[in-house]
Design a binder for this molecule. Structure first.
Ligand SMILES: Cc1ncc(COP(=O)(O)O)c(C=O)c1O
Length: 402
């Protein structure tokens, strides 16, 4: 095989099945190239992607500024450890802090679960002098697959078979302030939650909930930690989803879209909280490397210069109009939940066959929580592409019998 040869999808799938651990449910498609909201397989078939990179592709596939930044950086310096300073990492921390609205200082890692691990450690380090170490999280949440983040994920299905989970976690009901208040005791160091739940089914909290948790945290000397791994970086039309409400969190965790598709995670903390992560308490070898940091800076620049925060609202409005109209005609659609470019279509039936039927028609979507079709389109998607994909979804849903 030469560098220019490409294996057929069939050959790649056979190799993968033989040599990879089968911990993912994969569709029999091998993708080789992407451009904005389009991706192509090895045979040249084109797909419209309403779920680029599980929410990492906030700018679609191969966004030009990110590609250029990575190409330049890779020739200069790929990785140095955090024993040295690098300009991209410092500039990125500044850029995020300026957009945080609370003067956030940053720590960088490589994924969402790692970001939440760091936040949970920070909550314990911050609470320890007052005897506080417990963390309250919410039903339906998803915080990642490493042990602290997994324990924080209040869904029994993710704990099954890998118990015992970590001590010190208490679960309250999403959207129910009384339940959160009841879960808190004198040893509670933090409340950790997603301002809008992603994996849990695009769940937007009821009015007053986010502000109510803030008040509760202030009253009991607890940190408010927001997992914005899925909602951050402009996904909902604000830099961070909590900015839809009048609150300032103590810690915000990020990943997914942070570096426009390049692997990166991180957290921002209020300076008086962030300072508790002292040398020796936490680290990540690859965290904040120049390649990822340059990609993140290019992502921020693109969102800003191309007016993509405003575009997220337009995208949301267009999808809402389409699915609200469809709901009138299609009894299978029971709810439509939209916040910017974060879109959930609740069905009265399993969503997996819908995902499969869309794939067969060249449209990539996701289903979460069995019955919620989840779309996290790129903020660079065009109206025509939205309409094309919505036409396919309507055709598929209307053909299904209730
Ligand atoms: C809200 C939220 N937190 C954390 C994670 C975990 O991120 P990662 O897969 O990068 O570890 C996810 C992933 O889907 C997520 O949606």
């Amino acid at each position: 095989m030469t560098d220019t040869d490409t294996l057929s999808s069939e050959a790649v799938i056979a190799l993968a099945k033989k040599h990879l651990i089968g911990n993912y449910t994969r569709y029999p498609v091998c993708l080789v190239r992407g451009d904005n909201s389009w991706v192509w397989d090895a045979e040249g078939n084109r797909y419209l992607d309403f779920f680029p990179g599980w929410g990492c592709g906030i700018l679609g596939h191969c966004p030009p500024r990110v590609v250029r930044a990575v190409q330049e950086q890779v020739a200069d310096l790929i990785h140095v450890p955090n024993t040295w300073y690098t300009e991209p990492q410092a500039l990125l921390a500044q850029a995020l802090g300026e957009r945080s609205g609370f003067g956030g200082v940053s720590f960088f890692c490589n994924s969402g679960t790692e970001a939440n691990e760091a936040a949970i450690k920070l909550a314990r380090l911050n609470g320890r002098p007052k005897g506080k170490y417990k963390v309250v999280t919410l039903t339906g949440s998803f915080h990642g697959r490493t042990y602290a983040s997994l324990t924080a994920t209040a869904q029994p299905k993710y704990h099954a078979g890998v118990e015992p989970m970590l001590p010190g976690f208490t679960y309250a009901t999403f959207g129910d302030l009384d339940s959160v208040a009841k879960a808190v005791d004198a040893e509670t160091a933090a409340v950790l939650f997603e301002p809008i739940q992603g994996e849990g089914g695009i769940n937007v909290p009821p009015a007053g909930f986010v502000e109510g948790v803030r008040e509760l945290c202030d009253k009991h000397g607890m940190l408010m930690i927001l997992d914005e791994v899925q909602t951050g970086m402009g996904r909902t039309g604000k830099w961070f989803a909590h900015q839809h409400w009048n609150v300032k969190p103590d810690i915000v965790t990020l990943a997914k879209a942070l570096a426009g598709g390049v692997a990166m995670g991180g957290l921002m903390a209020k300076p008086e909280v962030g300072e508790k992560l002292k040398p020796g308490t936490h680290a990540a070898t690859f965290g904040g490397n120049p390649l990822a940091a340059r990609a993140a800076l290019a992502t921020i620049e693109t969102i800003e210069q191309d007016g993509l925060l405003d575009r997220a609202f337009q995208i949301g409005d267009r999808f809402r109009a389409r699915f609200t109209a469809l709901r009138e005609k299609c009894p299978l659609v029971t709810d439509v939940r939209v916040k910017g470019a974060m879109i959930g279509v609740e069905l009265s039936t399993e969503g997996a066959p819908v995902v499969q039927a869309c794939l067969e028609r060249g449209l990539l979507i996701n289903c979460t929580h069995s019955t919620v079709l989840r779309l996290l389109p790129a903020l660079t998607i065009g109206d025509e592409q939205i309409d094309t994909g919505c036409d396919i979804m309507a055709e598929v849903l209307l053909a299904l019998r209730p």
